[in-house]
Design a protein around this ligand. Structure first.
Ligand SMILES: Nc1ncnc2c1ncn2[C@@H]1O[C@H](COP(=O)(O)OP(=O)(O)OP(=O)(O)O)[C@@H](O)[C@H]1O
Ligand SMILES: [Mg+2]
Length: 329
């Protein structure tokens, strides 16, 4: 049966975000009394099953990082709910939140600023063990060494400092830190965007290899469709704070349903099975302070009709397991 509105399963999934909103205040001039807010994440629902990868893609500023940080409670939502591993973590605090946080880790985009330059690599990697009383001293050194070797670093890396390594190696250190506590979910926010193309593939393959070994799920953020296609089991496409389309990755890349997804894919000819037509996105991305009424993509959409400027389309099932927020998908 198709046609239903997207309602994320909350049972059996590792992460379920339901109708999550997040705004940020905009600093206006001193005399302005207007209370303007950026609608960074504007009613998003999504799920990540255990051990699988949800790829999150969209143009710069569409809210990917904000959503990723909300998922692991590095940010608090304005409203909506976030369930992790069977528990509502939306307003979790104190010891319960600390315990849950062990299961959710993050790999950052910038392997230069995300590692403390004054800490030895083994202490960066082993910080979680120390904090949770799991290893110290010689045991911490030995465990850090084994983990560093596992992520492709030389064994003696533990005794050095981050600046002694290349960008790709630093990202390996960041990955080792993220997996040290065997988390169930790793949020990877543009983890290869700052790396040379030749290094990107190595890091992506490492992430794939350790995913099975550690049985981790990834919420994988990238603006690069080729990267998303390489790593994802399912994909969510965001535009101006909303999910425009979501579904299994092979289906979405073979036959994108939302005009926005089609436009994005058509701009990357190397994707091969993307539609042959080249759809050029017209105009600028509107401001997330005042997104267009109706469908927020209508101002740039090649399929837009009158209705699109008036009625906001809900994310609905347009083919089995495939959801798009479009009146005409
Ligand atoms: N702390 C903040 N204060 C004010 N505005 C913010 C803050 N964080 C994000 N924003 C705004 O929210 C919107 C979404 O930002 P976000 O960083 O989540 O987008 P993104 O999709 O990750 O972009 P990029 O691809 O450039 O990393 C943007 O308009 C951004 O300027
Ligand atoms: Mg970002």
């Amino acid at each position: 049966m198709t046609g239903g509105i997207y309602r994320p399963e909350t049972d059996g999934t590792l992460l379920a975000m339901v109708n999550v909103y997040k705004t940020f205040p905009v600093r206006k001039s001193f005399f302005s009394r207007e209370d303007l807010r950026v609608r960074a994440v504007d009613g998003v629902s999504l799920t990540v099953p255990p051990g699988k990868t949800l790829g999150l893609v969209g143009e710069s500023g569409c809210g990917k990082t904000t959503l990723a940080r909300l998922a692991i409670r590095l940010l608090d939502p304005d409203s909506g709910s976030i369930r992790f591993d069977g528990n509502d973590i939306t307003r979790m605090e104190g010891e319960a939140l600390r315990t849950t946080r062990r299961q959710m880790q993050i790999v950052f985009q910038d392997p230069y600023s995300s590692l403390n330059p004054r800490m030895k690599v083994r202490d960066i990697v082993g910080e979680g063990w120390l904090v949770h009383g799991l290893a110290r001293g010689k045991e911490l050194r030995d465990r850090a060494e084994r983990l560093l070797v596992r992520v492709g670093m030389p064994a003696e890396a533990g005794g050095k400092y981050p600046h002694e390594f290349s960008g790709g190696q630093r990202q390996r250190i960041g990955i080792a830190r993220a997996i040290a506590l065997s988390p169930k979910l790793v949020v990877a926010d543009e983890p290869v965007s700052a790396l040379d193309v030749s290094v990107q593939a190595q890091i992506l393959n490492l992430l794939k290899d350790i995913q099975e070994e550690y049985a981790m799920a990834y919420l994988f953020v990238s603006h690069d469709l080729r990267v998303i296609r390489h790593v994802s089991d399912a994909v969510a496409v965001m535009y101006l704070g909303k999910v425009m389309e979501t579904g299994p990755a092979p289906d979405l890349f073979r036959e994108p349903l939302h005009p926005y997804t089609r436009s994005l894919l058509s701009a990357v000819p190397m994707l091969g099975d993307a539609p042959a037509e080249r759809i050029v996105l017209s105009g600028e991305i509107p401001s997330p302070i005042a997104p267009p009424p109706g469908c927020r993509f209508h101002t740039r959409c090649f399929m837009a009709k009158q209705e699109c400027a008036e009625v906001c389309p809900l994310l609905r099932e347009v083919a089995p397991g495939r959801y798009a927020a479009c009146h005409f998908a």
